[in-house]
Write a protein that binds this ligand. Structure first.
Ligand code: MG
Ligand code: MG
Length: 249
């Protein structure tokens, strides 16, 4: 069942979204060669709590940290560690969630570490662009998979592939609500989009094939072929006057 949010609930979600946005901006400032992903996790955790919010990932299904940090061939759900030191030329996807006054925000960015290869640069750019192609279709009266098809079209026309095994989701009081929001598929299907739906739209894009697998830590998802992967996510409210991105000002 899709929870339609009231305007007051969306106002709460704007505030939670702001916490997530600012946490990611904070991390962007400190991401450089030499920093560990455990340090990034600590910075995020302290920053979220200072704003009276709760890091929603910590303990979620047993996840041990407050952000996910996924480097290079890692797609999502990488675990921060004091042994993982960022290197010049890496790309790092950071996924962050926060709860404020009972409402959730969820967003992810992929950042370059120092100077990265041309293909890494293009991957980050196309992944981000594909999110915005999807948002253009997040309009009242449209259908859910209009978003999915727009993302897939942009990614594949640029020679990359869309991960199938992980998808976006509705969000509200729970981090993961109905509906699932795939980043692939034919337009014109799924739920009719209505004022008050809030979706986390989150393309995960690989340079090589779309196949992924999970490492023995039971969390870290990597590309099957070892190719680079990027992730870009925002929490988006569908409103009568158009989509509003709650985790990006
Ligand atoms: Mg996320
Ligand atoms: Mg999400």
């Amino acid at each position: 069942m899709i929870n339609i949010k009231t305007d007051i609930e969306i106002e709460y979600m704007r505030k939670a979204g702001k916490v997530v946005e600012e946490t990611l901006l904070r991390l962007e400032e400190v991401i450089k060669p030499g920093i560990t992903t455990a340090e990034l996790d600590k910075i995020a955790d302290e920053f979220i709590r200072k704003q009276n919010a709760i890091p929603s990932f910590k303990g979620y299904c047993g996840f041990p940290a407050s952000i996910c940090t996924s480097i290079n061939k890692e797609v999502v759900h990488g675990i921060p560690s004091k042994d993982i030191v960022l290197q010049e030329g890496d790309i790092i996807s950071v996924d962050c969630g926060a709860i404020l006054n009972g409402y959730q925000g969820d967003a992810a960015r992929t950042f370059p570490v120092g100077k990265v290869s041309d293909v890494a640069d293009k991957l980050i750019k196309i992944t981000q662009e594909s999110f915005f192609k999807g948002v253009e279709k997040a309009i009242v009266g449209g259908r859910l998979t209009d978003i999915s098809a727009a993302i897939q079209q942009h990614v594949e026309s640029n020679g990359f592939s869309v991960v199938r095994d992980y998808v976006g989701h509705g969000i509200g009081k729970e981090m993961h609500e109905d509906p699932e929001v795939p980043n692939f598929g034919r337009a014109g299907r799924g739920a009719k989009l209505a004022h008050g739906m809030v979706l986390a739209i989150e393309p995960m894009v690989n340079v090589g094939a779309f196949y992924v697998r999970t490492l023995s830590d039971k969390w870290t998802v990597v590309t099957e072929d070892g190719s680079l992967s990027a992730h870009y996510e925002n929490t988006v409210a569908i409103l009568n006057n158009g989509p509003e991105i709650l985790t990006l000002s």
